[in-house]
Design a protein around this ligand. Structure first.
Ligand code: AMP
Ligand code: ZN
Length: 471
């Protein structure tokens, strides 16, 4: 049984998909006007764990993650500049649909590379908003037909007073959203929370629609694309917690008002990555990308490890110190895996202890993705003297499937590097082994320092020493 915290009900619930063995999942994807920052990437590592959890439990998953390449305004409440237009200005490009596409192509590719570097499984579909304008228009027409939307001089708006359940996701208190509290006052809007479905173009650039040239609103795009690829309702919808009050409530309002069925049954939200100055945001100037981490010598997989040490539903403070510590731990883990693998003495070693331990770990994973306790258990598994080496390896391989830390492959890579250790280093290692046999600890320590200075780490095991490059 999988239990998940559903923002819609405000509690942990047993997960029951619409179809017996299939899960349909939509993830609000990035707005591709800039690189993703490492806070955004927390949202996607979280959905990757969610997908792996379903798959680990035997479900087939259909995962759709959109790429927003039009219509997302800098203010989430339909005010400010279009983020893509802002990117055109920043990059000195003309305001044309072709130039917008070029910018989006570039940052979409960069985003996909980030996902791969973090060992995320690629979504089955990554639709682009600009390729699905017809789907948006269809919903807006339906809403107009039903009298739930109305035209103004600058576009088409959703009438929130016609959807009594408006704000149900996360119990958003609308009384706090009086005119001006949420958006700049627009005298043509009937209610302060009403939002844009279609925005008329002020300069003849945009897509044709029954209401003249223009752009879809950001929220309608997710309704259009999720419906196109997954139907309505589908099982799981995700995003960061910042999406709850406006974006996701708006998606629900327009899709449910148009078709009179729920949009999605489970709504899951990840908490934010926090930097000293607050939530990391793309529109701010000093955000950190995965590239920045790599340039500072941090392996993306170590960042994944760092993220999974904390439950997705808790805020996570970023610091370089904590990240370095996570990297050290991750590397030790890979080295330990290799060391244990080499210690397997016979294929007849018992592996019976693995089963109950794996069952326990599965329970943790299925308990609303308790990744932090699984990470802690890797270490206790390695240290458990009741477990054979075979059992330990089997357990960690299973954890690799759950968490995607790629430990086994990294260990293989490490083994290749070890096989290429220079003769000079091997010679010092054997001198040090001799010194240890003779219990000459002073000399052994000196030789360890020499090995260290050459960029290698020596570790002592029952059967002798092992050496590996410092990572
Ligand atoms: P955006 O590209 O701004 O639409 O955001 C992409 C995803 O990242 C959304 O699901 C956001 O909710 C999420 N997000 C934005 N900032 C953070 C943050 N600091 N920590 C975690 N997730 C975030
Ligand atoms: Zn969305």
């Amino acid at each position: 049984m999988i239990t998940l915290f559903n923002t819609l009900s405000g509690k942990k619930e047993e997960f029951k998909p619409l179809k017996k063995s299939e899960v349909t999942m939509y993830n609000c994807g990035p707005t591709v006007y800039n690189y993703a920052h490492i806070g955004n990437l927390r949202a996607y590592v979280f959905v990757d764990i969610l997908r792996r959890t379903f798959e680990y439990n035997g479900y087939t998953v259909k995962q759709v993650m959109n790429l927003t390449d039009v219509g997302h305004l800098t203010g989430d409440s339909d005010d400010g500049d279009d983020k893509m237009v802002r990117a055109l200005k920043r990059e000195g490009k003309p305001f044309t649909l072709a130039a917008m596409r070029e910018v989006a192509d570039f940052y979409s590719e960069a985003f996909k590379k980030d996902l791969l570097a973090l060992n995320c499984e690629m979504p089955h579909e990554m639709p682009r908003a600009s390729d699905h304008i017809a789907e948006d228009i269809e919903i807006v027409e339906k809403l107009l037909e039903k009298g739930v939307a109305y035209p103004t001089s600058d576009g088409i708006y959703f009438d929130t007073s016609k959807f009594p359940a408006y704000g149900k996701l996360g119990n958003i208190n609308l009384s706090g959203q009086l005119a001006g509290a949420r958006v700049a006052v627009n005298s043509e809007k009937k209610n302060p929370a009403d939002f844009t479905l279609w925005k008329k173009s002020a300069n003849d650039i945009g897509w044709e629609s029954p209401w003249g040239k223009g752009f879809p609103g950001w929220h309608i795009e997710c309704s259009g694309m999720s419906r196109r690829y997954l139907g309505q309702p589908f099982d799981v919808h995700t995003g960061g917690i910042d999406h709850i009050p406006v974006h996701h409530n708006n998606e629900i309002a327009q899709s449910e008002a148009a078709y009179d069925v729920p949009l999605a049954n489970y709504w899951l939200h990840n908490e934010h990555l926090i930097v000293a100055s607050g939530k990391m945001a793309k529109s701010g100037d000093n955000f950190i990308t995965l590239q920045t981490l790599t340039e500072k010598g941090i392996d993306p997989l170590a960042y994944r490890y760092f993220l999974l040490q904390t439950h997705y539903h808790s805020p996570l403070n970023f610091s370089w110190e904590a990240l370095e510590a996570a990297q050290t731990a991750y590397r030790r883990l890979v080295a330990q895996f290799l060391k244990i693998k080499k210690e397997i003495t016979s294929s007849k070693e018992s592996e019976s202890e693995a089963k109950p331990q794996i069952a326990l770990l599965t329970k943790n994973l299925n308990n609303d993705l308790d990744t932090s306790s699984i990470i802690a258990s890797i270490w206790s598994t390695f240290e458990n003297t009741d477990f054979s080496s075979v059992a330990k390896i089997q357990i960690v391989k299973e954890i690799d499937q759950m968490l995607g830390l790629n430990i086994e492959n990294q260990a293989k890579k490490l083994w290749q590097e070890i096989k290429n250790i220079p003769e000079e280093v091997k010679k010092i290692q054997s001198l040090r082994d001799e010194a240890r046999t003779a219990k000459d600890w002073k000399k052994s320590d000196e030789l360890r320092r020499e090995i260290d200075a050459l960029g290698f780490v020596v570790e002592d095991m029952e059967t002798g020493s092992s050496i590996r490059p410092k990572m």
